[in-house]
Design a protein around this ligand. Sequence first.
Ligand code: NAP
Length: 537
Amino acid sequence: MALKTDTNFLDVLIVGAGFSGLYLLHRLRCNGFDVQIVEAAPEVGGTWYHNRYPGLRCDVESLEYQYSWSHELRSKWRWSERYAKQSEILAYAKWVADTLELRDDILLNTRIRQAKWQEDKKKWLAITDSDAEVSARHIVFATGALTVPRMPSISGINKFHGDLLHSAAWPEQPVDFQGKRVGLVGTGSSGVQIATAIASEAGTLQIFQRSPAYSLPARNRPLSDSDYENFLSHLEEFDALAMRHRGGVVCPLPENGVLGVTQEEREKHLFQRWQHGGAFAFTSSFNDIQTSETANAPVAEFLRARIREAVKDPDIAEKLCPDYFYGTRRTCVDTGYYEIFNQNHVQLVDVSQNAITEVTENGLRLESGEEFDLDILIMATGYDALTGGFLAVDVTGRDGLTNQEAWADGPATLLGLMISGFPNLFMMAGPGSPSVLTNVIRSIEYHVDWLTRCFEDLRAAGLAVIEPSEEAQADWVSHVNDVASKTLFTKTPSWYCGSDIPGKPKLFMPYAGGLPAYREKAEEAALHGYRGFRRGK
Ligand code: NAP
């Protein structure tokens, strides 16, 4: 399809055809808005299109990592496993686009490189990578929180003569690891999954670990007919649980704090949750894990004990044991990760005190001078998280204010939805909203519903413009910081705080108060005439 042009200017231009863009397109179209998605990739699916490394699965259960807004979609699509593979999630995104007949309003293979607010016309002018222009009353960045891959700035990175891969920019053709000397840098969610998937194939696998991750067993398994019967006959109950849970997952709320039970009760309960599998259920074992250092300590120790049980060599096990508070970085979910270190051809290389200083023609060199010869080097080094996707576009708001200037000291938003100085510009699951701390599908669904109502209310009131006031935005930023400071999140450097990227402002970016509290605040604002937002003609 072609780009809709100025003569037929849009009510809403959506940037990105991931889960948020697709649902927003559907809702707005159903409500009579003229809307179009522009997507850089050749296919819908967002992160699930771009990410395709071996072993990639979602760390949220498949029955929950799907749209909940449509009974029809939920009852027609069938997931094969408790945790879906990337290929199945991508197939689901494509199926949704086809089933809802969304493709007519999605322009693929086109990147928005620039967007400018036109104060006189009260609309956005967006420019694509082929210099085509599109005008829209509103622009929505549905560009995702984990979009821009981060290659570490290690000297010589382009010298390597073997295959250099990044977890988030994986080639479409399968990579042959058979008998190869493989080096893997990074042990976050991507590194843990890649290592587990390729260990049996690689000739040697050297895993360069700067910080160990807490990784919990997924206990993945095929979903049976009876799983589906149970799911479809209890949808209301499941949704009610997800609505109440701070992470938007189907999990009972914790009744007790770690400090309110005996040691025996604590160990028993933690063990049950660990046996159950997955990260959200385990983190929800007790209500004080993420707020009290004293409560967190035995939980972290419980997990270190599991690592020591799984890994035969005690020195390696110790190196794999994290020493930071459990849950303050995204917990990994795996199937047999720790066990790969019992294989002779898998080596853990601790680079926490002995950094990688250089990529050479043949492999890697450490600070100590030690060298590792490799055929394939994989960088599972993450993303420019939460801000990267938005800042990659050259955006100019009112009075020439750019997005780079507005966020020079870190992302400032009202409710993670809008930015002062950028009228009619919205973000989905942006910084300042719970997004990456939740089952992001539930966060997305709420944002789509909020935005749809916001556009309907503007239309009904005959208004064309909405923008947060500076005061309301400053209050929200301060509230986000205040909530985070009452948790343990701020005590651990992580991509949530921008700590992984030199020069990136260091502040905790997501809203740590949980999805129900966030929803309450966003509802309050909307129901009180969009309190904190200025609306006008
Ligand atoms: P990540 O969590 O940011 O991990 C990056 C890893 O690279 C870290 O271990 C980091 O070490 C290491 N690293 C970076 N630069 C390095 C250097 N110069 N030398 C040595 N090590 C270096 O990235 P990710 O694993 O791609 O995951 C990002 C997020 O994406 C996850 O937290 C999750 O939210 C999402 N994700 C989800 C899934 C899933 O659903 N299963 C899968 C993949 C990703 P330090 O920790 O010391 O900085």
